[in-house]
Design a protein around this ligand. Structure first.
Ligand code: ADP
Ligand code: ZN
Length: 721
């Protein structure tokens, strides 16, 4: 190659052409450094005909500076990047950026010095040194990383090095991960599991694109089945990607993985330390990372040699990214499998309607696990009508639920209360003047958090201390909490069952792997009687002594204009119900609701999943909603309300008039103010036959807006706020 065209990681720069200097070897996908004015840019060598741009005359071409010592981005990943950018109407450069690690990862090689405790325990210690000794027991890292972990200054740690309490260790930055052992602990599968596992093993061996929907009831042991596919890939020297919906679930997964394969898999997520990130990225691109477990972002890594993709809890909406590139990792995972020519397993106990539809249409092969592993029965589900079974004044748990909890406590069994609302109360107001605490940046109430004694916005993170007096009328001691959050339920439990040992499980309390690990160990060791939690506790966990699940407010998810609200309620309640009775003792689930006749609640009560899917399918068909039609949203935002509105009107005013596309709006978005930006929204409902993305591009590309206006396209949106 004499001249090359680069994809650079800044959409504003467009496409750049360069000359390849004598002696430099380049291929498509090479990651290179190029001069740009006085600066340098990083780029990927791309097929020139696939990047539209003006050809620069030969004489003006500047030479590339350097090729990074990393394997080129493979063609199959370049095609996936293009597909993703095209489908989600996102800049190619933003998608491509997700494939790269850090600059250090691209360079590779070298060693670094990390520090760890020497084990010396001096007789006298400053409080800071004592805190560091405590916090760094099993840690190793740079001084900076350790200082952050221990919440002490770097100076304190340097002093500890001098005093012989910390010692330096030279580490190879690219040291390989220990090898997973496919034969380490092979489980005894039951017949149903065996049949499923054999199919996955066969598919891995065949090395062809094959999408599967693994539909197994809670407690059926789906993981054990797809682990056999993972084992086969490892035996064949191929890599596996396992996507999990959120980091909080990885802890549990890691334990199960280690149990089966003898080592931990390679982790990938956004909060890795920089040294871990670089090591993981190198191992991924060189093929030595056998199994990578991660959240969405692991999907675009340049695997050398992928053999299988698994998306666990595939129905979870957190696979949809709602900022930056707005892609759905579940759907892109299937596309990735297609480009890589490998099988992909979508595993769930409550598959998304879209996935069910694709299975029905024969696009996905559906594999069912209908029984719980080990003969455990599915729990008995009862509806508790809050209109007739009224909780005591100022309380949220109905008498029947309280009785059931008392009963479990007396028997030494565990209970779980589920309420998908963090904090103490969703709204705080002044008893005297009616003042309500609202977020200054968002159309949202501030949520009281009693633990941290703060009022917080769950959308933008704005926080203020709970004031002593009303900021409006100045009356002291007059604030009242309205409605329950999990913290309030925990208080209620402490009042009615003071002897019970409780655990509060929310993203506020379970924010480190250690905290989650401790919680799981305590729950398994029966050191907890009652678990109170948000959606974090609804899935993944297996506590055999847990026999009662109380759903505090099943109606919560049904409010709001979300078109998947019923489906989500069904999934959440079915998942949390699935935590009950997983061992030898039968489980019971009590669902508190004010709408016992709603079809979701009825389907849950009768355990009639098919009826729910059938009704939901019809409703979606009638509405032209996915999977029968398609939605897209255009969100226009600006710090200046008038500017946002006029841009939204300009977009609305130029909307194409097509028979297979309906354009609604512009209207203020339900969260019309978010993080200080005013938002307007257009919704597009299209038939499947419509060329949605092409139409959107032709419509929006020619329009120009003031600098402060942002226009975001959301294809197949999940969040309708
Ligand atoms: P999944 O969510 O993967 O369907 P579950 O958490 O529902 O799995 O699995 C239920 C429990 O049964 C888990 O603790 C799992 O380890 C255990 N289990 C499932 N299948 C087997 C098996 N074949 N051998 C031993 N334990 C199993
Ligand atoms: Zn806010």
């Amino acid at each position: 190659m004499k001249r090359v065209r680069l994809l650079v990681f800044n959409a504003a720069l467009g496409v750049l052409d360069y000359r390849v200097p004598e002696g430099m070897t380049i291929e498509f996908g090479s990651i290179v450094v190029a001069p740009l004015g006085p600066r340098q840019v990083l780029g990927i060598v791309w097929e020139p005909e696939r990047l539209s741009g003006k050809e620069v005359p030969e004489s003006k071409l500047r030479p590339l500076l350097e090729v990074m010592p990393a394997p080129p981005i493979p063609e199959r990943l370049r095609r996936l990047i293009e597909w993703t950018a095209d489908y989600y109407c996102a800049p190619l450069s933003s998608v491509a950026r997700m494939a790269l690690g850090s600059m250090a990862a691209l360079r590779g090689g070298g060693t670094t010095t990390e520090y760890r405790l020497t084990g010396t325990e001096p007789a006298r210690l400053t409080p800071q040194r004592a805190a560091a000794l405590d916090a760094l027991q099993h840690e190793q890292g740079s001084i900076r990383e350790l200082a952050e972990l221990a919440s002490v200054s770097e100076g304190v740690l340097r002093g500890m090095v001098g005093a012989g309490l910390l010692e330096p260790v030279v580490v190879d930055l690219d040291r390989p991960y220990p090898a997973a052992r496919p034969a380490f602990a092979v489980p005894q599968l039951n017949d149903e599991q065996r049949a499923a596992a054999d199919i996955f093993v066969g598919a891995v061996t065949e090395r062809k694109f094959a999408p599967f929907l693994l539909d197994g009831v809670t407690g059926s042991g789906k993981t054990e089945c797809y682990f056999e596919g993972v084992a086969e890939a490892i035996r064949e020297g191929r890599q596996v990607l396992v996507l999990l919906p959120e980091i909080a679930l990885t802890e549990n997964f890691l334990r199960r993985f280690e149990h089966r394969f003898g080592v931990q898999p390679v982790l990938w997520h956004s909060s890795l330390k920089s040294s871990e990130r670089r090591r993981a990225w190198r191992a991924v691109v060189l093929g030595s990372a056998q199994v990578v477990v991660g959240a969405r972002s692991a999907l675009f890594l340049p695997y050398a040699n992928l053999g299988l993709i698994v998306v666990d809890e595939a129905h979870e909406i957190s696979f949809k990214q709602d900022d930056g590139v707005r892609y759905n990792a579940r759907d892109v995972a299937v596309m990735r499998a297609k480009f890589e020519k490998v099988p992909v397993v979508l595993a769930s106990a409550t598959p998304a309607l879209e996935s069910m539809q694709l299975a029905e249409a024969g696009v996905y092969r559906k594999i069912d696990l209908v029984g719980r592993y080990g003969g455990a029965q599915l729990p008995d589900i009862q509806i508790l009508d809050l209109r007739s079974e009224v909780p005591e004044r100022g309380r949220w748990l109905a008498p029947r639920l309280v009785e059931a909890m008392k009963d479990r406590l007396a028997k030494g069994e565990q209970s779980l209360l589920f309420l998908n609302r963090r904090g103490y109360a969703p709204l705080t107001l002044c008893r005297h003047c009616g003042f309500r605490f609202q977020c200054p940046n968002c159309t949202a109430w501030l949520v009281e958090h009693r633990f941290s004694k703060r009022l917080a916005c769950h959308h933008c993170g704005h926080e203020v201390p709970v004031p002593e007096a009303c900021p409006e009328c100045g009356t002291g001691d007059c604030l009242v909490a309205c409605g329950p959050g999990v913290e309030r339920i925990a208080d209620e439990v402490a009042e009615i069952l003071p002897e019970a040992r409780t655990a509060l499980v929310t993203s506020d309390t379970m924010n480190t792997p250690e905290a989650i690990g401790d919680f799981v160990a305590m729950a398994e060791g029966r050191a907890i009687d009652i678990i109170i939690g948000t959606q974090l506790v609804t899935k993944g966990y297996h506590f055999p002594e847990l026999t009662l699940v109380g759903v505090v407010d099943a109606d919560l998810g049904l409010e709001g204009g979300d078109l998947r609200a019923a489906e989500r309620t069904y999934q959440q309640v079915a998942q949390v119900a699935g935590r009950a009775g997983r061992g030898a003792k039968p489980g019971e689930v009590l669902i508190q609701t004010r709408h016992p006749a709603a079809s979701v609640i009825q389907a849950l009560a009768n355990g009639d999943r098919d009826a729910f899917y059938a009704a939901e399918t019809e409703a979606r068909r009638d509405a032209g909603a996915p999977p029968f039609g398609r939605w897209a949203a255009i969100i226009i935002s600006s710090e200046d309300q008038a500017e946002a509105l006029s841009a939204a009107r300009a977009i609305g005013g130029t909307a194409p008039n097509l028979p297979d596309m309906l354009v609604l709006g512009p209207a203020p978005a339900p969260l019309s103010l978010l993080r200080g930006r005013h938002r307007f929204r257009l919704l597009i409902n299209a038939r499947r036959s419509a060329e949605l993305q092409k139409t959107l591009r032709e419509w929006l590309d020619p329009l120009e807006f003031p600098r402060g206006v942002r226009v975001n396209i959301d294809i197949d949106p999940y969040s309708f706020v």
